[in-house]
Design a protein around this ligand. Structure first.
Ligand SMILES: O=C(O)[C@H](O)CO
Length: 353
């Protein structure tokens, strides 16, 4: 394993081991798994690499393990002519140009299901935290305003009506957890959920969901249909005082409109784990969470994209991506492939997995 570009380490003409670039830190077991057969260029720091440094490292790579903060464009891929596989240690791959991968004969893989339960758990945590003023209460204790007072009365999930925007794996996992609160569950999704009866969810149009619910949880991915799905008019159609939680992608919600509706007192609260500024596929994305939202401490609750941040889940996610890399380099169809490239780049001799 090295933290340097392979050109610095050895001459490419003589190499026999494929070069794998890891854009972000992975568990030592994953390094071991890859270094057995590959030359690994790792980034074991807490930060993303500057774009120019990532390009330099990837220029000679056969495989790339990519994460949420990476933007993989056609131009990036053109600068990596040996690349055979981009293995996403992620589920939502809106930051990676899948068509460009396919056109260049490069596999793109993602992790289907290992993030679902941790993210659903966080969604429910954010909802309870918002409804019961947990962060506000925490600040009060630290400010020595502690002890019972007739303040911070919130709302309860028990018996409430909650709407899920998106009922894929994540939405259904949130529904399963919420069913323990005897909540009435509505959902909207282009496809009906099979087994809807078991989860006792009612499928409705988005307009009806927004009009009938006490809280809305966004579990939708980002694509052309969901960009600013919850825009100002739709947010205005939510019930006064209702809560909004976003664990899908930041840009499904118009954050500036959310700030305005919180200020006007129409929305009761907003919690989010995902933010518009993170959505690298949008050239017009904001560069930060709106100042007004950040300042509204009493009616907002934020976490920095912690949906899958459970140590065991992260290890499993990285293992899935590493296995996909080894499979692709061995000429197999990698697990979690989201494309079917017609032509793969010249194979690199790789021992069987
Ligand atoms: O979609 C995902 O994988 C998570 O949001 C982290 O990238």
């Amino acid at each position: 394993m090295t933290d340097k570009h392979p050109m610095d380490a050895h001459m490419t003409e003589t190499r026999h081991r494929p070069v794998v670039v890891l854009t972000h830190r992975v568990h030592p077991l994953i390094l071991q798994m890859l270094t057995d057969t590959c030359e690994v260029i790792a980034n074991q720091s807490d930060s993303s690499l500057p774009a120019s440094e990532l390009r330099r490292r990837a220029a000679d790579a056969d495989a790339l393990m990519a994460f949420m903060p990476d933007r993989i464009t056609a131009e990036f891929l053109d600068a990596c002519p040996r690349l055979q596989v981009v293995a996403g240690a992620l589920k939502g791959h809106d930051n990676i140009d899948a068509d460009a991968c396919t056109e260049r004969g490069i596999w793109l893989t993602r992790v289907e299901d290992l993030l679902t339960e941790p993210t659903a758990e966080l969604a429910v945590g954010l909802l309870i935290g918002l409804a019961r003023n947990i962060a506000v209460g925490d600040r009060a204790v630290r400010a020595r305003l502690a002890g019972w007072r007739p303040t911070l009365y919130g709302s309860t999930l028990v018996g409430s009506t909650i709407g899920l925007v998106g009922a894929g794996r994540l939405g259904r996992a949130v529904a399963r957890l919420l069913s323990g609160f005897e909540a009435n569950l509505l959902y909207c999704d282009p496809s009906p959920v099979s087994g809807e009866e078991d989860l006792q969810m009612e499928r409705v149009e988005l307009s009806e969901l927004l009009a009938r619910t006490d809280a809305v949880v966004v579990c939708a991915p980002l694509d052309v249909n969901t960009l600013h799905l919850l825009d100002r008019p739709r947010l205005e159609s939510m019930r006064p005082g209702s809560l909004l939680v976003n664990v899908g992608r930041g840009s499904v919600v118009d954050e500036v409109a959310v700030a305005e509706l919180l200020r006007r007192g129409h929305l009761g609260g907003f919690a989010s784990d995902v933010f518009e500024f993170e959505d690298l596929s949008r050239p017009d994305r904001p560069r930060d969470v709106p100042e007004e939202l950040r300042a509204m401490q009493d009616r907002t609750l934020f976490t920095p994209h912690l949906g899958s941040a459970v140590a065991s889940a992260r290890l499993a996610i990285e293992e899935h991506a590493a296995k996909a890399i080894l499979q692709a380099l061995a000429g197999e169809v990698p697990d979690g492939a989201v494309n079917r490239p017609q032509r793969t780049a010249s194979p690199v001799p790789t021992p069987a997995i």
